[in-house]
Design a protein around this ligand. Structure first.
Ligand code: BG6
Length: 483
C-alpha cells in the first residue's frame, strides 16, 4: 500500500553537534571543567588521546588555564555565535537541530544540590532562538563528557553514585525545558563511549585488559540504569517527550561466505546491537549473559535494576552511521583501517582521508536490520564526511566530495523508507565545522558551514557557506525528492 513511499511529512531534516565540540566558553558563567576538556589534541590522524588520560595528565590539565593543548575548551565559540549559527541553519531550512547540554554548565561539579542558573539561561536562549525559526531541538543529555569532578572524586560511571547526580541533572533540565524540547537522547554512542574515558569518565589506562573489561561493563550498567531512570522520569514530567537511545551503529560483514566467518560477523553485530537490545527491549539479551560470563565479567546489580531497565525503555532508536566493518573467524583480513575502527578492511569500499570506509548501501542494510529487529522508529542523528576542505580567496568552499557522500547515503535512506522502515529524521553530523571527537582536530571538517580556525586555534572564527550549503537547502526544500 501507499507506494512509492517517500520521507514522511514532518521528516526531521537538520544537522547535529555536541557541546564539547562547538561551544567554547569553557571557563565562564560558572561552568565546571568537563572530561572532554582534559583530553589532549592528537599529534596525528590515528592517535586516540582519550585512551591516554591518566590521573597525572588530569592534574596537569587542571593546572593549565589555556586551551592550547585542549581544543575542546575552545570549540568554535558557538557560545557567543549561536544566533548567527542558528540563523544559517534556518537559512538551510533545518527542521531539527541536534545538540547537547554540557552537564557541567548546569552542575559544575556534578554533585551540587542546586543548579547553576547561568548555564540554564544559556540553553534557554539557544532554544528560544531555535523556536524563532521553528527548528525542533533534539537534545543529547550526555555527549562524550561529564563534570570532571565526578571522575576525580568517584571515577565517573564506575561509581553507582553517578546515577544519582545524573538523575538530579536530568530532572532539572527536563523540568526547565519541558515546553521547549520534545526530543531527547540519553547517552551519545553508548557503545563506543563506554569503552574508554570519553564515555565512562573513568581512568583505567593502567589496568589490565581483564580489569578494564570488568570496570567498563560495570560503568555501562550504571549508564543503562541512568538512561532508563531518565526515560521514566522524563515521561512523568512531560508525557509528550520522545526519549531515544543513541548507538554508534557498525554494520558488520563476514570476510568470506565461509560459515565460520558468517558466524563471527553475526557475533560482532550482536555485540554492537546488544546496547539497543537492552534499551529497547528492557533486558540483557541471553547471548550477552553468555559473553559476560565467558569473559569473567561479574556485574554488581541491585535488586531493582532489572525492573528499572524494563520500565525505562526508549521511544525510538537514534544512531550514528559512518562506516561498516568486516569480521573473520581467524582475523584473516587487512587490519590497516582508520582510527575508531577495530575491524578488517573491505576491499569493495573506498576510505575517507581518515581511513573510514564509506558504505552508503550499508546504511540501507542497517536500517532494515534494526527495523526488523526492533520495530520502533529510527532516527539517523549522525552521518557525514570528515574532510580537509579548502577555503578559496573569494570565501567559497567547493566540497562536491561531501555532496556526493551525502547524496549517496540519502539515496539509500530513501530506499530503506521504501522497504518499509519507519524513519523519523536525518541530522547530518557537524553541520557547522567543529572540533573532531577522536583527534580534537579542526582540520577534519564535516560542515555545510566553514569556520575559519586551524588546529592550533588561530583564525577569525568567521563563518562561510560551502557549496554543500545550497545543495542541502534544496534537498530539504524538496523533502529529499531532488538531490
Ligand atoms: C561520533 C561522535 O563518534 O562521530 C561525534 O558522536 C564525532 O562526537 C563523530 O564527532 C565523528 O568523529 P570524529 O572523530 O571525526 O569527530
Amino acid at each position: 500500500t501507499n507506494f512509492p513511499r517517500e520521507f514522511k511529512e514532518g521528516f526531521l531534516w537538520g544537522g547535529a553537534t555536541a557541546a564539547n565540540q562547538v561551544e567554547g566558553g569553557w571557563n565562564i558563567d560558572e561552568k565546571g571543567l568537563t572530561t572532554a576538556e582534559v583530553v589532549r589534541k592528537a599529534e596525528n590522524r590515528t592517535e586516540l588521546t582519550f585512551n591516554e588520560v591518566t590521573k597525572e595528565s588530569i592534574k596537569d590539565a587542571i593546572a593549565d588555564s589555556t586551551d592550547t593543548l585542549y581544543p575542546k575548551r575552545r570549540g568554535v565559540d558557538f557560545y557567543h555565535n549561536y544566533r548567527e549559527d542558528i540563523r544559517l541553519f534556518a537559512e538551510m531550512g533545518f527542521k531539527a537541530y541536534r545538540m547537547s547540554i554540557a552537564w557541567a554548565r548546569i552542575f559544575p561539579n556534578g554533585d551540587e544540590l542546586e543548579p547553576n542558573e547561568a548555564g540554564l539561561a544559556f540553553y534557554d536562549r539557544v532554544f528560544d532562538e531555535l523556536a524563532k525559526y521553528n527548528i525542533e531541538p533534539v537534545v543529547t543529555l550526555s555527549h562524550y563528557e561529564m563534570p570532571l569532578a565526578l571522575t576525580v572524586k568517584q571515577n565517573g560511571w564506575v561509581s553507582r553514585k553517578t546515577i544519582t547526580s545524573f538523575t538530579r541533572y536530568t530532572e532539572v533540565v527536563f523540568k526547565r525545558y519541558r515546553n521547549k524540547v520534545k526530543y531527547w537522547l540519553t547517552f551519545n554512542e553508548i557503545n563506543a563511549g563506554t569503552f574508554g574515558f570519553m564515555g565512562t569518565g573513568a581512568v583505567d589506562s593502567a589496568l589490565s585488559e581483564d580489569e578494564k573489561l570488568q570496570l567498563r561493563y560495570q560503568a555501562l550498567h550504571h549508564q543503562f540504569i541512568a538512561s532508563a531512570l531518565a526515560v521514566t522520569q522524563g515521561h512523568t514530567i512531560n508525557p509528550e517527550f520522545k526519549i531515544g537511545s543513541m548507538l554508534a551503529r557498525m554494520q558488520t560483514y563476514p570476510l568470506t561466505p565461509n560459515p565460520v566467518d558468517v558466524r563471527a560477523a553475526q557475533e560482532n553485530d550482536n555485540l554492537n546491537l546488544f546496547f539497543t537490545d537492552v534499551q529497547v527491549r528492557g533486558e540483557y539479551p541471553e547471548f550477552m549473559n553468555r559473553y559476560l560470563s565467558e569473559h569473567q565479567v561479574k556485574l554488581v546489580m541491585e535488586p531493582d535494576d532489572e525492573k528499572i531497565i524494563k520500565m525505562g525503555t526508549v521511544d525510538f532508536i537514534s544512531f550514528s552511521y559512518y562506516m561498516s566493518t568486516v569480521t573473520s573467524a581467524n582475523n584473516a583480513g587487512d587490519k590497516s583501517v582508520g582510527n575508531m575502527l577495530n575491524g578488517e578492511k573491505n576491499p569493495y569500499l573506498e576510505t575517507s582521508e581518515w581511513g573510514w570506509q564509506v558504505d552508503p548501501v550499508g546504511l540501507r542494510i542497517s536500517l532494515n536490520e534494526m527495523w526488523n529487529r526492533y520495530h520502533v522508529p529510527l532516527f539517523i542523528v549522525e552521518n557525514g564526511l570528515g574532510a580537509a576542505d579548502q577555503l578559496e580567496a573569494d570565501g567559497s568552499v567547493h566540497d562536491e566530495y561531501r555532496i556526493n557522500y551525502l547524496r549517496e547515503h540519502i539515496t539509500q535512506m530513501k530506499e530503506a523508507v521504501k522497504d518499509g522502515v519507519d524513519l523519523m529524521g536525518y541530522t547530518m553530523w557537524g553541520c557547522i565545522d567543529l572540533i573532531s571527537a577522536s583527534t580534537s582536530e579542526m582540520s577534519k571538517r564535516y560542515g555545510f558551514i566553514y569556520v575559519d580556525q586551524d588546529d592550533d586555534g588561530h583564525g577569525s572564527l568567521k563563518r562561510y557557506k560551502k557549496d554543500s550549503f545550497d545543495w542541502y537547502q534544496h534537498v530539504i526544500d524538496t523533502n529529499g525528492r531532488e538531490m
